[in-house]
Design a protein. Structure first.
Ligand code: ZN
Length: 352
């Protein structure tokens, strides 16, 4: 199913590009700017079972994207500058903000040198349990359990079930099934409980992903010292906030800001909602982020920015640079706003 969906998206992007429709639609749907979402920038790795590859692009492709953005007459701006332009209605030039979620070490090692050389500002949203080495990158633990086993057993809906996952195709199908089954659990705690059990049964060390992949506070301090870099908040434990009680949501947002301030001596004014889709962040989360005084907060709902987003500064859409679509022409189509406009049924600043 995931493969089919990717083919349909790719087909849509290709036809928008080759029909020229993205050029025709741009004045109508292109908006005033866009925020790009990135996770990993790192060289590709061998192996055919990499369900989380959508979250990574290569340094080579990233270099091309930065060059393209610079040459396309777009202003590459910080989140503060984006906020200024939106609130002061300064839309003389289209702008793009680059944002990195989670605080991976490759942001420092691979993306930063490219951005530093080009003088491009960017933001890193840090979930504080990651540099504290207490975070659970549960989607990677699930990938590891399936990658390392040919068959796994799991208690699902009160019954024991066994899943075969010997072949790459079976592994992909199972990852997809379990990922979405986990995401549908009623509470975050229930989902984490299943993953912890699964990891314990199959000897996967969840804590290792944090240590291996995420920046330490020292590494984050190196980035934070550069005026090109904005450090944003991304909660403490990276939960799907919409599933938590209001009090916990407030503390996840507020506490992460205080922890970052204590560790890096910068107080984050911008927030990214973990996971960030409809099931993770909705009107309640947008309101709480505004109440807590964040200047902006970003989702992963796809879309470009319109003037009307100045009324919804804590519910901003973004455009994800997806590892399955590493072609400049897709970036062009996505930034034209035409693809996301079609996905969103041509609604602009979407009602929350
Ligand atoms: Zn995240």
């Amino acid at each position: 199913m995931a493969g089919l969906k990717q083919k349909i998206i790719r087909g849509g992007l290709e036809s928008l590009y080759f029909s020229g429709a993205h050029v025709l639609l741009k004045p109508l749907v292109g908006g005033v700017g866009a925020i790009l979402t990135l996770h990993h920038v790192r060289p590709g790795r061998p192996g055919r079972f990499q369900p989380n590859r959508i979250l990574e692009i290569t340094p080579r492709f990233f270099t091309r994207v930065v060059k393209y953005l610079r040459g396309a007459g777009l202003d590459l701006v910080s989140l503060d500058e984006m906020h200024r332009r939106l609130t002061e209605r300064d839309f003389a030039r289209r702008f793009v903000c680059l944002t990195f979620d989670d605080g991976y070490r490759d942001t420092l090692q691979c993306a930063y040198p490219i951005l530093k050389e080009a003088g491009v500002p960017f933001a890193v949203y840090v979930a504080t349990s990651f540099p504290d080495r207490l975070g659970e990158l549960w989607w990677l633990a699930l990938e590891a359990v399936i990658a390392r086993n040919e068959r796994i057993g799991l208690m699902i809906d009160g019954g024991n079930r066994t899943f075969d996952c010997a072949t790459v195709a079976e592994k992909h199908a199972l990852y997809n099934e379990l990922y979405w089954w986990l995401r549908r659990r009623r509470t975050e705690e229930e989902m984490r409980g299943v993953i912890r059990n699964l990891a314990a049964c199959y000897a996967v060390d969840i804590a290792s992903f944090c240590k291996d992949l995420c920046m330490s506070w020292e590494e984050l301090a190196e980035l934070a010292a550069d005026p090109l870099v904005t450090i944003g908040a991304h909660t403490v434990n990276h939960p799907m906030l919409a599933k938590l009680p209001e009090k916990v949501v407030r503390s996840e947002m507020d506490l992460s800001r205080s922890v970052i301030e204590a560790a890096l001596a910068v107080r984050p004014e911008h927030l990214s909602f973990p996971i960030g889709d409809r099931s993770s962040a909705g009107p309640r989360e947008f309101r709480i982020a505004a109440d807590l005084g964040f200047k902006t907060a970003v989702t992963t709902r796809p879309g470009v920015l319109f003037a009307a987003h100045r009324q919804r500064l804590t519910a901003l859409p973004r455009i994800s640079l997806n590892g399955e679509f590493q072609r400049l022409r897709y970036v062009r189509v996505l930034l034209s706003g035409s693809a996301t406009a079609m996905w969103n049924g041509f609604r602009r600043a979407e009602a929350a």
